[in-house]
Design a protein around this ligand. Structure first.
Ligand code: TUI
Length: 314
């Protein structure tokens, strides 16, 4: 099983599979497991203190000799500090989300950091290419957490046409069928979150994992459309309450109060009723908790078989 693409070359990894930068979920254990399996593991800085990110980077270094990266969430008040920690700790790969990383680009380039911004439009992809991005991650609205409007199916080919740098497809991909489809759309690699959140090495609460494994195709909801911060989650009491408040015209403060600490509640405490269970639409495709190694092996093998013309009917 070999799969060389511009993305494996760029990142120095074996398979063109990147683990999504999921808040509270993507910590050192998961990142190291994915990197040890030949993909690119990521530590998600999310809104965490920069010193927590530094600890996780140091921990991951003890757990893998392979490349891993840090995902920086640009809306975080800690973003400036995390951007510095990335350079100080010698992290070689960064993915960015929920904004534009332009102001950090010069410092990262000088330090030799490879930068892969997550984008949800062709315009932002072009802007990222101009400011020195090494590749872009085109994330469709099927993804979990903070999302854009366009589907992976229409976003990836338009971004592949818009830029010269390699494109990674994200959103809705959990198996080799999605991976093969992404290649057909012009991607050179894929990013997956949900399937890794449900993996054996993922440290999230069992209740959260089981919610992903039980989820059916139609079980996600998008909260926060009214505030301009749409977030895809699994449907539960929390999502229902949030959507009800939004329908009744609740203001930003009221909605924020409801969700404050809700992701932690789900990930750490396993509160699947009142917690915020961020997950992508691919939750419906994830039926069992596999090791990261198994996830990647099955995905790559299935994609290769499909691309060799061996159509897989169950
Ligand atoms: O960032 C994500 N997904 C996330 S971040 C997150 S933490 C959070 N928690 C509560 C509220 C908000 C965030 C949970 N999930 N994915 C990458 C992504 N980036 N998807 C879409 C975008 C994006 C959207 C607009 C990137 C850039 C952008 O515009 C930037 C600009 O300046 O034009």
């Amino acid at each position: 099983m070999r799969m060389k693409t511009e993305i494996t070359e760029l990142l120095g990894i074996e398979y063109p599979v990147i683990q999504g930068g999921m808040a509270w979920v993507a910590e050192a254990n998961l990142a190291a497991a994915v990197s040890n399996a030949g993909g690119l593991g990521l530590i998600a800085a999310a809104a965490a203190p920069a010193e927590w990110v530094r600890e996780q980077i140091r921990k991951a270094k003890t757990m893998t000799d392979r490349p891993f990266g840090v995902n920086i969430m640009l809306m975080s008040p800690e973003a400036d500090a995390v951007a510095r920690v990335i350079v100080e700790e010698g992290v070689s790969i960064v993915t960015t989300g929920a904004g534009s990383p332009e102001k950090y680009m010069a410092d990262w380039k000088v330090a030799g950091v490879k930068v892969l911004p997550v984008v949800a439009s062709a315009a932002l992809a072009k802007r990222m290419e101009r400011c020195g991005a090494d590749a872009v991650i085109a994330e469709g609205t099927e993804a979990g957490g903070h999302i854009g409007e366009l589907t992976t199916m229409v976003l990836v080919p338009q971004i592949a046409d818009a830029v010269q740098i390699p494109v990674v497809a994200a959103g809705g991909i959990a198996d080799g069928r999605g991976m093969a489809a992404a290649f057909m759309l012009g991607a050179k690699g894929i990013q997956a979150g949900t399937v890794f959140a449900a993996s054996k090495e993922s440290v999230i609460h069992e209740n959260y994992k089981n919610s992903i494994l039980r989820a059916k195709d139609i079980d996600t909801r998008v909260t926060g459309r009214s505030t301009g911060h749409p977030i895809r989650v699994l449907r539960n009491d929390m999502a229902r309450k949030y959507l009800e408040l939004e329908k009744n015209g609740a203001d930003f403060q009221e909605l924020e109060a409801l969700t404050l600490g809700s992701l932690r509640k789900a990930v750490v405490e396993g509160d699947i009723k009142n917690g915020s269970l961020m997950a992508g639409q691919s939750a419906g495709l994830v039926k069992e908790s596999l090791s990261c190694e198994e996830v990647i092996r099955r995905m790559v093998t299935q994609a290769q078989n499909l691309m060799n013309g061996e159509a897989q009917h169950e």
